[in-house]
Design a binder for this molecule. Structure first.
Ligand code: THU
Length: 163
């Protein structure tokens, strides 16, 4: 598959020479490669993610843990933060990889909410190391979600919150 390094720490997939199935395969491979970078001395649970933007640029991420345990960051959130930092806000898909052989890796609740910030209708590929996957949408993973628009819906007037 034709790939181009973008200089953003990302890879661009040439969509003219590839169909969506090939792109998904590549996305899964990229998430497995990203897993190699996992910094997880505490959990020893490696996770990699590869995020596909609307223009077929791929940003990857791995989990990065910390001696102060609660500061650890998940692979998915790292990939999304990298993409958003470079100006991307629209996504087609994310692939997630771990070392579990008998179960598809399933994103944590926090990562589901982080994905949902950028819309409910895009694909999440939960994978196994052999490349097999289960495909779900963000909406399926996080039904009845809270999103950016909810903040501006009609509210009761609460004078106790007035400045
Ligand atoms: N982890 C992820 O990076 N993504 C997931 O989808 C599930 C969990 C990380 C967090 C922590 O570093 C390790 O896996 C064990 O929970």
């Amino acid at each position: 598959m034709d790939e181009l390094k973008t200089g953003l720490g990302a890879v661009h997939i040439d969509d003219k020479s590839s169909n969506y199935q090939d792109i998904v395969k590549e996305l899964i491979l990229q998430s497995q490669k990203a897993k190699e970078g996992a910094y997880c001395p505490y959990s020893k649970f490696r996770v990699g993610a590869a995020l596909l933007t609307l223009d077929n640029t791929v940003f990857t991420g791995c989990n990065v843990e910390n001696a102060c345990y609660n500061l650890g960051v998940c692979a998915e959130r790292n990939a999304i933060a990298k993409a958003v930092s470079e100006g991307y806000r629209g996504f087609k898909a994310i692939a997630i990889s771990s070392d579990m052989t008998e179960q598809f890796i399933s994103p944590c609740g926090g990562c589901r909410q982080f994905m949902r910030e950028f819309g409910p209708n895009w694909d999440v590929y939960l994978t196994k190391p052999d490349g097999s996957y289960s495909k779900m949408t963000v909406e399926e993973l996080l039904p009845v979600s809270f999103g950016p628009k909810d903040l501006s819906l009609k509210k009761v007037t609460d004078s106790s919150n007035r400045q």
